[in-house]
Design a protein around this ligand. Structure first.
Ligand code: SAM
Length: 249
């Protein structure tokens, strides 16, 4: 297909069909379009995201968000049944909001430490509307030690927040034993892999899959790292606010 296309929802839907074997329903399409409009509008007043051109938005925010939950181009079976997912450091709502739109029976929690971002997500949830999404204003280090949230989620997603090793310290305490943490990355190096293996081992997880793929329009390289939690995370993790970034495992 013509890779110059992709600037509109119908063109993007064709690409989704080709790359994920999935097409949005009319309602999902309307919600995805509305999300774009809300972000462009809000971005005039607050600095939410650099990605606002339509093609870039469809590819780097929407397609990329969904591709992460579709290892080997098939949506995770977990997402077909009832369950819960937490998006850590959600920013303007990615990947959590597109996941919430596409999987309406799955409960999505969007966590961010910046008030203006959480305020935006709250207003988007109200206007889309999305009945399966909720937010938390807070730091992953504190929420991960908080009983109502610790080891409560089936899945965690985390994109563009910190190094993979730090992301794993934020994400793994929040998921149930047996659950999956998905770390979205651009490039992926041998050194990052070694660091993550070491950290995952301390936190009770193992690397299940590392997937390399390219985005459909600009052919940018992406990696997703899938961590399976096999043991309970030791209670000393996550460490207090700031420690994971100052002193990565
Ligand atoms: N995930 C979004 C995306 O990919 O477009 C946003 C990425 S943005 C670069 C990183 C976000 O992570 C910011 O909104 C920031 O407030 C949040 N963040 C960073 N450290 C955090 C922490 N320890 N706990 C919660 N949120 C955090």
């Amino acid at each position: 297909m013509d890779r110059e296309s992709g600037g509109t929802l119908p063109e993007m839907a064709e690409i989704w069909q080709e790359t994920l074997n999935w097409q949005p329903t009319i309602e999902q399409g309307n919600q995805l379009q509305k999300l774009y409009d809300l972000i462009v509008l809000a971005n005039r007043q607050i600095n939410l995201t650099r990605i606002t051109e339509p093609k870039e938005f469809w590819e780097k925010h929407l397609w990329d968000s969904l591709r992460g939950v579709a290892p080997q181009q098939h949506f995770l079976p977990e997402l077909n049944a009832a369950g819960s997912i937490i998006d850590i450091g959600s920013g303007a709502g990615f990947p959590g909001l597109p996941i919430g739109i596409v999987f309406p029976h799955y409960q999505v929690t969007l966590l961010d430490s910046t008030r203006k971002k959480v305020n935006f997500i709250n207003s988007a949830i109200e206007k889309l509307p999305l009945s399966n999404a909720t937010t938390i204003l807070g730091r992953a280090e504190e929420i991960g030690q908080d009983t109502p949230y610790r080891e409560k989620y089936n899945l965690a997603v985390i994109r563009a927040v910190a190094s993979a090793s730090i992301c794993s310290e934020y994400a793994l305490p929040l998921i149930k034993k047996g659950g999956l943490a998905i770390i979205y990355r651009g490039t992926w190096t041998q050194e990052e892999n070694q660091n993550l293996e070491h950290t995952a081992n301390i936190l009770g997880a193992r690397i299940e899959l590392i997937e390399r793929f390219t985005t459909p329009l600009t052919k940018s390289v992406r990696h997703c790292v899938y961590l399976r939690k096999v043991l309970h995370t030791p209670i000393s993790f996550p460490r207090p606010v700031g420690v994971p970034t100052q002193n990565p495992l």
